[in-house]
Structure formats: structure tokens, C-alpha cells
Write a protein that binds this ligand. Structure first.
Ligand code: S3P
Ligand code: PEP
Length: 409
């Protein structure tokens, strides 16, 4: 098992970081390009593992695809291939085999798809016999993963009679559904979203030249780094869209509470620590689940008690993120608690931190990325399996070095 040892700079180097492209946007554009038979490659395509896995699947002649740990790739490819004539197998990492996909498979079966579970009922790997699908009105839960909904919406215009989705329960990760519909609009696809019902008629997807935005979820680690640095510390982030379609762009306003102000300029988005942090932090992460780890670790390192809610989906992501946070934060002396369903809480209780802790990452890129900035407050420590960051941000360690961190492999 490889590890890295991290030490922070005495003072953050005022630097400009070229953020990676968004894997969420890249993966949607790859599917929409394929559905519209676009002759134009996606510009600024993400170089993440998750996007590469989808790109390989969509361009290869193979019939067996291993998507690794990529949730969107698994879900988007399942819907996409279910209507392409042929026999397909989609598998993934050991963790992928524990991430539920039954809601999507059930929905596709109702449209006429022939999908079997190759191992465990309700989970990947899947065996598909692709054929044309017949659209209809489907009812499905909206509170497990928005990725099932995005996967269905993207194929909707290309299936006979289109689709109407009636979402039951609260809708989770709503901005990701909105992102899907907005990107479909670029290809001329019209949709209607009223309350819990989304309709997309059968219609042509018109190929267009498209470019992926920079990744606001990746930006969150830079907000964290500036928040943990001295007042006056600053970095510039390039590649972000000011009027972004990404729900995680909410990070910018949220970090005002943690002492980071931001401003768009010619140089990009400038983050500056203004030393004005609040006494406690509360937020419902239902619609920005990927930011939860960043906020938990920023608040803890700044001694800000917090209550993060809306975390029900964290248990079925790359790892059980609630448990992973509790375990690893404990090594730094922070005693987090949970109701074991959907929240994470810290009342400020601390014990003696371990000397030079070794942080486990549980095959979760966001564990590595959200813990690394702690070097600023805690001195040297190590992170296990640092290559996990390539799931979304392959250049993360190089960028930390650019900002003055010492990263020893
Ligand atoms: O559609 C997407 O691109 C994503 C949706 C979210 O998942 P859930 O809808 O499962 O919460 C998010 O956590 C994931 O990183 C990316
Ligand atoms: C949850 C994530 O990804 P996915 O569900 O696509 O594997 C993530 O990137 O944090």
C-alpha cells in the first residue's frame, strides 16, 4: 500500500490553480454526444478515471465493460446500453458491487429492457440484452440517487414516446437533475419539470460543439485550504464558470461563514481568507452531498462545532462516508457523532490527536482530498493510497505542491 507524507507550507504560496474539468458534466456530454451522433469531441473533457471509463466504453468494440468505481459511468452506461442492440456486461470495483442499482434496472425493465444481475440481486455486475425501448410514465423513488433519474432522462428523447418520471418521496441531489436537463437543452431537447414530475418527449438530439466547465466540487478543497490558512492567504482558481450549472458552486457562498471571501477577476476566482469565521456551522447537504466531507474537516480544523444534515446518500457512495469521516477524524482527536441515518455532528469535543496519523482513504477520492488540508493545522501526517484522487482530480497532489505543500511519495 503506498502512502504519502504531507507537510504544509509556513505560508500558502499565492498561486494560480488550473482546476480539473467536471466529471459530472463530462460524463453527461459524452452520453449526449453519443446519442446525438456528434462529430465533435467534447472540449475540456475531464481526465478523471470516471470519465476515461465512460469514454473507453463508448468508443471500444468490447462487450464487457469495467467501470471501476465510477457511479455515474455505471448508471449512465446501463441506461445507454439497454437500448443498443447487443449483449453487454457492465461490472466495476468491489465497492461498485455494493452500490445499489435496482431502482434503475426496474425502471428500464418496465420500458422493455432485458437486464439480469450477474451476481447479487439489485447490484452490479449486470448483463444486458439491448433492444429498442418503449417509453411510458414511470414511478420511481427520488431519494436514493439522482443518477438513476439523470440516466433515464438522457435516453428519454431517443426512446419511442419519450418518458415521464414521477418521483416519489423527497428528491435528492436536485441540482444534478437540473444539470442533466440543462445540458440536454444544449442539444435542442425540451423537457418539463413540475413538482415531482419530469417529462421528456421523443425528439431528435441535435449535435453541437460543447465544452465542459471546471469542477466546483474540486474547487471546494481550495476554499478549505484558504480557510485553514492565515488571514490574508489567497489563491486564484482558473476554469470555473461564474454562472455554473453545478450545484456545488454553492460552496462559494457557504465558505463566507468560514472566513473565505471570493471574487471573480481576469485571473480567475480569487479566494482570500478574511479571518471572519462564524461560531458554529449548520447546513443540509441533500443537494450538495459531495461537499459534506470538505465542510466537516474544515469546521473541525477551525474549531467550529457543526451539524451537517441531509447525508442519507453518503452511505452508498465510494464508501460509507459518514463512518469513514468518524473513523479518520478520530485520529486527529475530533469526536464526531451521527444518528446513523443522515447526519454528522461535532460539539467541539476533542481528545489527544495521534502523533503523525495515517489517514485511510477507503477508495474514496474525497477522503484523501478533504483530509490533506489538515496538514496546515496539524503538522505532518500521512495518507494511504493517495492515487484515489484520480477518480475526479488526478492533478491534486501536483497542485498542492504548487501551493507550497511538501508531498512526499
Ligand atoms: O449525477 C452526478 O454527476 C452525480 C450525482 C450525485 O450522486 P447522487 O445523486 O447519487 O447523490 C453526486 O454525489 C455524484 O458525485 C455525481
Ligand atoms: C459520489 C461520487 O461519485 P459517483 O457516485 O459518480 O461514483 C463523487 O464523486 O463524490
Amino acid at each position: 500500500m503506498t502512502t504519502i507524507k504531507l507537510t504544509s507550507p509556513k505560508e500558502l504560496d499565492q498561486t494560480t490553480i488550473d482546476l480539473p474539468s467536471s466529471k459530472s458534466i463530462s460524463n453527461r456530454l459524452l452520453i449526449l454526444n453519443a446519442l446525438s451522433y456528434s462529430p465533435w469531441p467534447v472540449k475540456n473533457l475531464s481526465e478523471s478515471d470516471d470519465t476515461r471509463a465512460l469514454e473507453v466504453a463508448l468508443t471500444s468494440n468490447a462487450s464487457v465493460f469495467n467501470v471501476g468505481a465510477a457511479g455515474t459511468t455505471m448508471r449512465f452506461l446501463t441506461a445507454f446500453l439497454s437500448r443498443i442492440v447487443g449483449e453487454w456486461t457492465i461490472t466495476g470495483s468491489e465497492r461498485m458491487k455494493e452500490r445499489p442499482i435496482g431502482v434503475l434496472v426496474e425502471a428500464l425493465r418496465e420500458l422493455g429492457a432485458n437486464i439480469e444481475y450477474a451476481e447479487k440481486e439489485g447490484f452490479p455486475p449486470l448483463k444486458l440484452l439491448g433492444s429498442s425501448l418503449q417509453g411510458k410514465t414511470l414511478e420511481l423513488p427520488g431519494n436514493i440517487s439522482s443518477q438513476y433519474i439523470s440516466a433515464l432522462l438522457m435516453i428519454a428523447p431517443a426512446i419511442t414516446d419519450g418518458l415521464t418520471l414521477k418521483l416519489k418521496g423527497d428528491i435528492t441531489s436536485k441540482p444534478y437533475i437540473n444539470l442533466t436537463l440543462k445540458l440536454m437543452e444544449l442539444y435542442g431537447v425540451k423537457s418539463e419539470w413540475n413538482g415531482n414530475t419530469i417529462s421528456v418527449a421523443e425528439q431528435p438530439l441535435k449535435p453541437v460543439e460543447v465544452k465542459a466547465e471546471g469542477d466546483w466540487s474540486a474547487a471546494s478543497y481550495w476554499f478549505q485550504i484558504v480557510a485553514l490558512s492565515e488571514a490574508g492567504a489567497s489563491v486564484a482558481l482558473k476554469g470555473l464558470d461564474r454562472y455554473s450549472l453545478q450545484g456545488d458552486s454553492a460552496v462559494a457562498d457557504l465558505f463566507k461563514q468560514l472566513g473565505v471571501k471570493h471574487k471573480f477577476s481576469q485571473k480567475g476566482l480569487i479566494l482570500t481568507n478574511n479571518g471572519e469565521k462564524s461560531g458554529s456551522f449548520k447546513y443540509d447537504f441533500t443537494h450538495q452531498p459531495d461537499l459534506a466531507q470538505t465542510f466537516a474537516m474544515t469546521c473541525a480544523a477551525l474549531d467550529i462545532p457543526f451539524h451537517l444534515t441531509g447525508l442519507h446518500t453518503l452511505k452508498i457512495k465510494e464508501t460509507d462516508r459518514i463512518q469513514a469521516l468518524i473513523n479518520e477524524a478520530g485520529k486527529f482527536g475530533y469526536a464526531f457523532t451521527t444518528n446513523d441515518v443522515d447526519d454528522l455532528k461535532w460539539d467541539g469535543a476533542k481528545s489527544e490527536p495521534r502523533v503523525e496519523p495515517l489517514v485511510a482513504t477507503y477508495h474514496d477520492h474525497r477522503m484523501a482530498m478533504a483530509f490533506a488540508p489538515l496538514a496546515i493545522k496539524h503538522g505532518a501526517f500521512s495518507i494511504e493510497n493517495p492515487v484515489v484522487v484520480s477518480k475526479s482530480y488526478p492533478g491534486y497532489w501536483d497542485d498542492l505542491m504548487k501551493a507550497g505543500f511538501n508531498v512526499k511519495f
